[in-house]
Design a protein around this ligand. Structure first.
Ligand SMILES: Cc1cc2nc3c(=O)[nH]c(=O)nc-3n(C[C@H](O)[C@H](O)[C@H](O)COP(=O)(O)OP(=O)(O)OC[C@H]3O[C@@H](n4cnc5c(N)ncnc54)[C@H](O)[C@@H]3O)c2cc1C
Length: 420
């Protein structure tokens, strides 16, 4: 009997991985895009993000601020949703999370700035409205207005599946009302609107007054140069300081009727869809944020000597770094699966988007905290980038829905009503 030769892979004690970790090798198109976005993240986002982090919220958006340079240079990459959606269908669910992860690796706050800016056009594409992408160009800064002074977690719980039994929603702080051929807007969105002070247009999730007793809601695309729109002052915050957060205030703003894109009958679908899209994007961005902390800690552990050896040779440091590596890989793997599912099925999996949002943001927080431990005292100072990454990661467990509210919502999506 013929015996085949035994082929054992060679032993290796060190197998370096590409920045995309355990993902499949990139196709030529993916590699080309990766190189563009990685260069932008490394050469523009990293240095400018650190500079912006030290400035006051008002200085960040002053005319001479480097903030505008970030936007100008991102526009030059051409990496917009409408361009990515032109790629062969099998490339799209790989390219979108790969780009967003790289942005998060560059600077989590600036990644939120750019993705929140693109969200109105991204939703228009998902909702088959390329006309809106044309009317509100992707090269302009956009924003999303959902939360209000009296409605933070409430807006995430748009179908009332997390609310305490007996709890009642108060009236929206922002109300749209039909008036002939315009929609009149009155009220305000919270100070947490990302890009609120600088955006040219907004995808606005608003209360809708049709005269009934029940709260109703709608979605309007709002050009923010209309008379009656004003903005609050820039918000100071502990993390993600590189971009702007501000209230949007509407005083009798007349928006053309055709920009009322979603009426109450379709509102829950529109809320489901934007939280599914935003949750997946958060999952990618904070995989990148976690990876940045892991990579910095790995480098530092190779360089810093204590007890006569580089600290990486100490077992507890090796073990800590391994858990950081494992968590980053797990966060990325889940995120890629969610993108693949959501972009290839007629209805995205809301529970999947929540799972990746919570997993990646929790991972970023834990990995950044572990990175500080590896940097020791240096990790606590402004001299090293780790404490900023930690602050950026902490904010992510609240933005786009607090993780605990999201987990109640996610759990409610596992309930089969037929079996109750
Ligand atoms: C960095 C950042 C960026 C943001 N960007 C935007 C944006 O672009 N557009 C926008 O509209 N909004 C934005 N937000 C707002 C964000 O979505 C809200 O902050 C978030 O939904 C939580 O609302 P809240 O801050 O009012 O907290 P609250 O709703 O007041 O919640 C406070 C606490 O109570 C808990 N809680 C509340 N309700 C429940 C419940 N039903 N069950 C269990 N626990 C509950 C929460 O988990 C939390 O711990 C952003 C926020 C941050 C931090």
């Amino acid at each position: 009997m013929h015996m085949s030769a035994t082929v054992v892979p060679p032993y290796t004690s060190y197998l370096p991985l590409a920045p995309t970790g355990l993902e499949q090798p990139l196709t030529p198109t993916q590699r080309e895009i990766y190189e563009v976005v990685h260069k932008f993240a490394a050469e523009v986002m990293r240095p400018l993000g650190q500079k912006l982090d030290r400035m006051s919220a008002a200085e960040v958006i002053a005319p001479e601020s480097p903030f505008w340079e970030v936007h100008r240079q991102y526009n030059a990459t051409g990496l917009f949703p409408s361009a990515i959606f032109q790629l062969p269908p099998e490339e799209i669910p790989v390219v979108i999370p790969m780009v967003f992860e790289e942005l998060g690796w560059g600077d989590a706050g600036l990644a939120i700035f750019l993705t929140a800016s693109m969200l109105p056009s991204y939703m228009a594409l998902l909702w088959n409205r390329p006309d809106l992408v044309e009317r509100f160009p992707e090269t302009d800064i956009g924003c999303r207005g959902i939360t209000e002074p009296d409605h933070g977690s409430d807006t995430v719980d748009y179908d009332k599946r997390a609310i305490q039994a007996g709890g009642r929603w108060s009236r929206s702080n922002c109300i749209a009302k039909l008036d002939g051929d315009v929609v009149r807007l009155n009220g305000q969105k919270s100070a947490w609107v990302s890009n609120g002070g600088v955006a040219k247009h907004c995808i606005l999730y608003s209360g809708f007054d049709r005269g009934g007793a029940e709260n109703e809601f709608c979605v309007v695309y709002v050009p923010l140069d209309l008379p009656g729109v004003s903005r609050g002052k820039p918000l100071e915050k502990i993390g993600q300081r590189a971009y702007n957060q501000a209230e949007l205030v509407f005083e009798d703003v007349a928006v053309p009727r055709e920009l009322l894109v979603v009426e109450p009958e379709q509102y829950k679908g529109a809320a489901y869809s934007i939280f599914a899209a935003a949750g997946a994007a958060m999952g990618a961005i904070f995989t990148g944020c976690a990876r940045s902390a892991y990579e910095l800690a790995l480098d530092y552990a190779h360089a810093r000597k204590q007890g006569g050896a580089t600290i990486l040779q100490h077992q507890s440091v090796k073990s800590r770094l391994f858990h950081m590596f494992r968590k980053v890989e797990a966060a990325r793997a889940l995120n890629r699966r969610v993108y693949t599912f959501n972009l290839t099925n007629p209805i995205p999996a809301g529970q999947g988007s929540i799972a990746t949002k919570i997993t990646s943001t929790q991972t970023a927080f834990e990995v950044a905290s572990d990175a500080i431990q590896i940097f020791g005292g240096n990790g606590l100072t402004h001299e090293y980038p780790i404490e900023k990454i930690f602050r950026d990661a902490r904010s992510s467990m609240i933005e786009d829905g607090c993780n605990e509210v999201l987990s109640i919502r996610g759990g409610s999506m596992l309930v089969d009503p037929e079996r109750l």
